[in-house]
Design a protein around this ligand. Structure first.
Ligand SMILES: [Zn+2]
Length: 173
């Protein structure tokens, strides 16, 4: 399963992911990538219902909550992590089917932590492992965008299978 590059992502799409992550910092952004074969061609930003709490934009985040979030430990933050809006998820999958695209990637950002899956991320991925096939979808690659160094975003991709994390090959064009 692990080829030299499991995924080929055009640079403008990587830039869009970083922009999405920055726009929601200090909350995590999340979404799907879809395309054909191993080449990604489309971003589906999905609302993070933990981060947004019904708000549409980063500008409307409650100051007190932002302060509270940054005072939490990485473990505590990982617990609240991200929860994708279910309706938007299914809308995205429906649109992919209509356009003949395959769901390839589930992405989210780590505003304060490295670009590797947290304990919670692995647990959630585990919980979802059966759902993908139930939805007639193949196991996606998990992509992490780290803003730990704000001036140097780090993007890494992983397979999460049976609770085991392994690096996925990522190439940009
Ligand atoms: Zn995470």
């Amino acid at each position: 399963m692990t080829a030299v590059s499991d995924l080929v992502i055009p640079q403008p799409i990587l830039d869009e992911l970083v922009a999405h992550a920055r726009s929601l910092d200090p909350y995590e952004c999340c979404g799907f990538l879809a395309g054909t074969g191993n080449r990604v061609s489309k971003v589906y930003q999905i609302k993070n219902i933990v981060g947004l709490e019904g708000a549409a934009e980063a500008a409307s985040f409650d100051e007190a909550k932002v302060r509270r979030l940054s005072s939490l430990s990485p473990e505590e933050r990982a617990e609240i992590a991200f929860i994708m809006d279910a309706q938007e998820m299914f809308q995205a999958v429906k649109d992919m089917r209509k356009q003949g695209l395959t769901l390839q990637v589930v992405y989210h950002s780590h505003p304060h932590d490295p670009a590797r899956p947290s304990v919670t991320d692995i647990k959630v991925a585990n919980d979802w492992e059966e759902n993908w096939s139930r939805l007639n979808l193949t196991l996606p690659v998990y992509l992490l965008i780290s803003l730990m160094d704000k001036s140097k975003p780090d993007i890494k991709a992983y397979w999460i299978k049976g609770g085991t994390v392994s690096p996925a090959g990522l190439a940009s064009v």
